[in-house]
Ligand binder design. Sequence first.
Ligand code: AMP
Length: 296
Amino acid sequence: MGRGQACGEVRIMETICSPGVMAAWADQVRLAGRTICLVPTMGFFHEGHLALMRRAGEIADKVVVSLFVNPMQFGPSEDLSRYPRAFERDAELAAAAGAAVLFAPAAEEVYPDGFRTKVSVSGLTETLCGLSRPGHFDGVTTVVAKLFHLVKPHFAVFGAKDFQQLAVIRKMVSDLNWDVNIIGHPIVREKDGLAMSSRNTYLSPAEREKALCLSRSLQLAGERVAAGEKDAVRLRDEIWQYITSYGEVDVDYVAIVDAETLASCDTITDKSLLALAVKIGRTRLIDNTLLAGSSF
Ligand code: AMP
């Protein structure tokens, strides 16, 4: 029985911290004719992460989960130092979800002294989250490029919760002729609709209640579109007002965009995506939905 396979009740997973060891492991797996699926994460796993890992296990022979809180994708005033971490728990959960390897490199190994390279996708990164988080997507594409080189995956799974990230990664892969098949996974939600996120842990009980303004506004928009609304500008204004009616919430953006190009739409089509970023207290949350009900 190979590593990462169920072994009675126990799952065997290897933890690799060294980039060199990771690349050598990937070479061996490829040499043996097996396929690899990568699930990049920043840890503090919830059901959303675990769903991606299980999906990865359906797609490829070996699942590699990377756990790296990537300093390059955090702005100077963002939450890098307080980002939640729970390594032992994460390792147990990844093993139970079928990972063969948990790749958890140290920041100094990923960005050694003298590191000077940046992978940057223009256009798609210059809107939505890119406006309030300058440099964020360069950090994402740079680290994902490094992970692709080290893990050498045939497939990689990303969540549609970070739909702009998914679009940017797809563009990077296509522009650079990368032989990695990018799989989008639908958003996993709490029972009451809140999109799962490691950052939900920051919310006080009162903020947790207010955070429902995001998913509820998506639901409201879906109802409006189902009832025939086609005017994206009017719908966007209504959603903005609905969210602010919760009080003490700070809207970063409410946008209706083309799901592929991320260009703003005036008219709602079956490719229109409603995307939100809202600050509840100090916590910035994002959510989105395709307005015509198809999925990534
Ligand atoms: P993170 O650890 O937040 O960087 O997320 C790692 C991966 O999990 C990314 O591809 C995210 O889009 C995905 N992810 C995070 N939360 C969810 C969720 N609620 N549903 C689906 N995917 C998610």
